[in-house]
Design a protein around this ligand. Structure first.
Ligand code: AMP
Length: 608
């Protein structure tokens, strides 16, 4: 089998796909990761000979030549082609979107464009999607499924409650279809192959996934998930946010779902005809199931919905989603819904641009998960990053790191932080992804990465620099106070932040949405103070002491505010499957929503 060809096509005995095959394949890949990385780069360059973007850097020189070996090509490539950001490649991608069919960044014509979720950068970006994207998605799904089935075997022929959502698709000026990468995947042959080969089917038909209105899709997923409750082997969504969002909705919707199960009907909320037809083909009056669900829900309601998942899906073996990075804050709620026994399995690491790493250790808790890099998917480079230590640079560059020259995968070091750089089969060359990772260890020759954060600094007023991860830790400390000290059952639903520099001195604003009963003002004031005092960044501490940064402001927003933010993004073409709440925003529309919905404000007394 040609390892660098990137895709496992072989199956056991030429018949059905078998988990062992793909794990064997990955073992081989891991032994030769360094060589495969070079081969992957050479293959990308061979496939894209003479394209306009590379000509710009190589002129008339042929990059892949007989008289050069792989390492020589690799060093020529990295010395001639500069690191690039999305902005550098955007003019080419926009020409493609406008219908230019010349070989600009790939030889293979690009027919689909993905939209990154845009929830971390604030702006959606076009990224090419090719057959390679769907094939690697299928491949990493199979590999991850093989590792999961070792730890948590599931029954063949079972169902998956997949809380997945397609985005609305549209045509660009040049007639290319644009939508999220997950949407393209759900529409691809590979998605069907995955279901057939793994002999496990999602509970909802395609007409539900592609409904376009996330509320209608959620309702149908939950309804059908309950119809198939005995067969459901696991529950999954791309990002943990969607699972939490779906079960929060279930708390409100369950009575309506119960009626539909009892009567074999479908709520009038579902207005899209193709969705109605497809669901009504599956449902039938089932009073026995309905009354069981009713009694379970009544009991769950009295218990704040603790253990909702195992009670409603008694045969589910685990809950599976991306739970790392900006999804960590939702793990607490997920644990609540899953109870103490049902494992939470953290899913793989990828982006619209490329898949990056697989979780080989599904039994690790989300906080400890690492990702083994997939060396045949893309060519990876790693920019070593060093945190600036207590430097009064006065810069407001939005960055907290000093960097060294990029190194290839074979030269990364355990314990070092890096920014990932990608050269992909889909036309991205030395593209800075903007994610910061740390090498946690190796599996054979493959580095296993810890996801740290998005590189872009999120909170800064002057010399202070706080990343998404710093903010997450501070909010975690504040929310512990909320849970411990409030006399009512209150929990943090979601949060974001903003560096307000409209008045001197500038200051941080943290927005919280809280669920539960009214929380005492003293408790919220304490949460605010603790958060302010918990930022350990030297620049922040010094500036707070000198009052060149003002007291932290905690704004409590009314219930449903973060849903409005979600809806704002969905209205702009994002899909629930890829949604991530922005942890810091200067987007005026979002700030307007947050400020209009603020019901209480507190100013920190730390440093007073
Ligand atoms: P998008 O392309 O908009 O879907 O977002 C991709 C980004 O989501 C990545 O660049 C990461 O920042 C984040 N991401 C994806 N997978 C993971 C993961 N397993 N853990 C943490 N963050 C992730």
């Amino acid at each position: 089998m040609e390892l660098a060809a990137a895709v496992v096509t072989k199956s056991c005995n030429g018949g059905d796909y078998c988990h062992g095959d793909i794990i064997c394949w990955f073992e081989e890949v891991a032994e030769k990761a360094d060589v495969l990385q070079t081969e992957t780069l050479v293959r990308i360059l061979e496939l894209n000979r003479g394209i306009e973007y590379l000509k710009k850097w190589f002129g008339g020189i042929e990059i892949v030549r007989r008289d050069m070996d792989g390492p020589a090509i690799e060093s020529l490539f990295t010395s001639m082609v500069p690191l690039a950001s999305h902005a550098d490649l955007e003019p080419y991608i926009l020409r493609i979107a406008d219908g230019d069919t010349a070989p600009l960044i790939t030889r293979e014509p690009i027919r689909l464009l993905s939209l990154s979720s845009g929830t971390t950068e604030g702006r959606q970006k076009y990224v090419p999607f090719t057959h390679h994207s769907a094939r690697t998605t299928l491949q990493i799904f199979k590999l991850a499924a093989a590792y999961r089935s070792r730890a948590y075997p599931t029954r063949e022929g079972g169902r998956i409650l997949e809380l997945i959502y397609s985005s609305k698709e549209f045509k660009t000026k040049g007639g290319l279809k644009a939508g999220t990468a997950t949407t393209h995947y759900y529409n691809s042959e590979e998605f069907k192959i995955k279901q057939e080969q793994t002999k496990s089917f999602t509970c909802s038909p395609e007409e539900v996934i592609s409904n376009g209105d996330y509320k209608q899709t959620t309702y149908c997923h939950l309804l059908l998930g309950l119809y198939f409750r005995e067969q459901v082997e696991f529950i999954t969504s791309t990002f943990a946010y969607s699972t939490v969002q779906a079960f929060r909705s279930f708390e409100e919707l369950w009575k309506e779902i119960y009626t539909d199960i009892k009567e074999g009907s479908l709520s009038s909320r579902i207005t899209v005809t193709k969705t109605r037809k497809s669901v009504l083909r599956i449902v039938y009056p089932n009073p026995c199931l309905a009354s069981k669900i009713k009694s379970i829900c009544e009991e769950l309601e009295g218990n704040n919905w603790y253990c909702l998942i195992p009670k409603l899906w008694p045969n589910a073996k685990y809950v599976y989603s991306i739970m790392t990075g900006s999804m960590l804050p939702y793990v607490k709620k997920l644990r609540h819904y899953a109870g103490d026994q049902l494992p939470l399995v953290s899913a793989d690491y990828g982006s619209t641009e490329s898949w990056i790493g697989v979780n080989m250790d599904p039994s690790f808790p989300p906080e400890k998960v690492t990702f083994a890099v997939m060396p045949t998917f893309s060519y990876f480079e790693f920019i070593p990053l060093h945190r600036k230590k207590n430097q009064n640079t006065g810069s407001n560059s939005g960055d907290d790191f000093l960097e060294d020259d990029p190194v290839p995968l074979s030269q990364v070091k355990v314990g070092q932080e890096y920014e990932i750089v990608l050269t992909t089969f889909t036309g991205l060359y030395r593209y800075r992804l903007g994610d910061v990772v740390e090498v946690a260890g190796f599996y054979k020759k493959i580095p296993k990465l810890n996801f740290i954060c998005r590189r872009k600094l999120i909170l800064t007023v002057n010399i202070d620099k706080n990343t998404e991860k710093d903010l997450q830790m501070v909010v975690e400390k504040g929310s512990q106070i909320l849970m411990k000290k409030s006399s009512s059952k209150a929990e943090l639903v979601d949060f974001t932040s903003h560096a307000d520099v409209t008045k001197q001195p500038g200051h941080y604003v943290i927005y919280w949405e809280i669920d539960g009963e009214e929380v005492e003002e003293e408790v919220l004031g304490e949460c605010c103070r603790v958060m302010d005092a918990s930022f350990v960044d030297h620049g922040y501490v010094v500036s707070r002491k000198a009052n060149s940064i003002g007291p932290l402001e905690l704004c409590i927003v009314e219930k449903g505010t973060f849903k409005k933010i979600l809806e704002h993004f969905i209205g702009n073409g994002a899909a629930l499957s890829q949604f991530k709440t922005p942890r810091c925003t200067s987007n005026q529309v979002l700030l307007k929503i947050l400020n209009v919905c603020t019901v209480k404000r507190f100013l920190s007394t730390a440093y007073a």
